[in-house]
Design a binder for this molecule. Structure first.
Ligand SMILES: [Zn+2]
Length: 347
């Protein structure tokens, strides 16, 4: 059995910087993808057009066969003038991180109102606002990793109401409440879903640091809602892998005082993994919509750019590589040592 997937696109990926970037950027194509929507949370974050263009050139030097769509990091430094400059230079979106919630997000948001002039300019030039939809944990107000996304949803509604023409993507949704919230919004609001959140539930990361990411995987009923919306073929829900590599020593909790980094690395196995997962819950017929057509349509990218990837079902499956090593850098992918049933035969 074979499947032909036209123009797969990953609408949320972390490609890091330096030698780490050299190891992981080629994994975008290895995983079956030719379009990468690139996150700006570098050190320092990408806050200007010039920085974004320089970063894009660095990525192109590593692999020129991928289309990189660039983003800026929402911060108080960002001005309406910079938005117009960025848009004219082909930068597609602005990513908002809640302060301190995720990797390199110390400079993220606390309240959105200060950014309304920036959002106004984005709406005008038709840039996309990408939201990491979690509020920071706070024991005083009972906000924690399990309800941080649900507590964020009023911000989504408020932004959508204030800027109805602004295209907004709620990134890496993990809850039934988030799926329902996005569905209830107008056509300018979409949502990405990762591969790992289609696989994991809360039990899988409690006690297993390699499955730990932000937002954390939620309850089985939440995972069911993510799967259902894909089964339904809803056009405003599409793949954004949030593939986020970290060196193994930061992922494992080798001492009692060392907390593990949040992030799951799926890039090198992404398309076969998504095919396996969709197959497992009866949604394989919507694979092309989920990994290509729906996201491309929302982001106004050509639906078919000529690159087709073929997947073949392997009898008995095959094992995912345990690690990738290049020079001093080393990485362990999601699903390491486990079996996948779909394999890329042509790309
Ligand atoms: Zn991310």
């Amino acid at each position: 059995m074979a499947l032909n997937i036209s123009s797969p696109a990953d609408f949320h990926v972390h490609l890091r910087q330096g030698s780490f970037s050299e190891l992981i950027t080629p994994h975008v194509r290895k995983g079956g993808f030719h379009l990468a929507y690139v996150m700006p949370n570098l050190k320092p974050p990408i806050t200007t057009t010039d920085q974004a263009l320089k970063y894009k050139a660095d990525l192109q030097k590593i692999d020129s066969d991928v289309e990189y769509l660039m983003t800026l990091y929402l911060s108080p430094d960002l001005t309406p003038e910079e938005i117009r400059k960025a848009s004219a230079a082909g930068i597609v979106g602005v990513k908002s991180y809640p302060r301190g919630v995720t990797t390199n997000s110390d400079g993220g948001i606390e309240s959105y109102e200060a950014y309304y002039p920036v959002f106004e300019a984005m709406q005008e030039v038709d840039m996309v606002l990408n939201l990491h939809g979690e509020v920071p944990s706070d024991t005083k107000t009972n906000i924690h990793v399990l309800n941080a996304e649900v507590q964020f949803l009023p911000h989504l509604f408020k932004l959508h109401h204030a800027f109805p023409r602004l295209r907004i993507v709620l990134e890496h949704a993990t809850t039934r409440a988030a799926i329902e919230a996005v569905k209830s919004c107008g056509p300018t609001v979409a949502c990405t879903i990762t591969a790992h959140h289609l696989a994991l539930v809360v039990d899988d990361w409690a006690g297993q640091s390699w499955n730990f990411c932000k937002p954390v995987a939620k309850y089985p009923d939440d995972r069911e809602a993510l799967r259902s919306v894909i089964k339904e073929g809803h056009p405003r829900f599409f793949l954004g892998s949030d593939s986020a590599p970290h060196p193994p020593h930061t992922k494992s909790t080798s001492t009692p005082t060392h907390a593990c980094a949040a992030g799951i690395y799926t890039s090198p196995i992404l398309l076969p993994l998504v095919a396996d997962l969709l197959h497992s819950f009866g949604a394989l017929q919507n694979l092309v919509g989920f990994v290509s057509d729906f996201g491309r349509s929302f982001y106004r990218r050509p639906a078919r750019d000529g690159k087709t990837v073929q997947l073949r079902k392997i009898e008995g499956g095959y094992l995912v590589e345990e690690r990738y090593i290049q020079g001093q850098d080393e990485l362990v992918p999601f699903w390491a040592g486990k079996r996948l049933n779909w394999k890329i035969v042509e790309s």
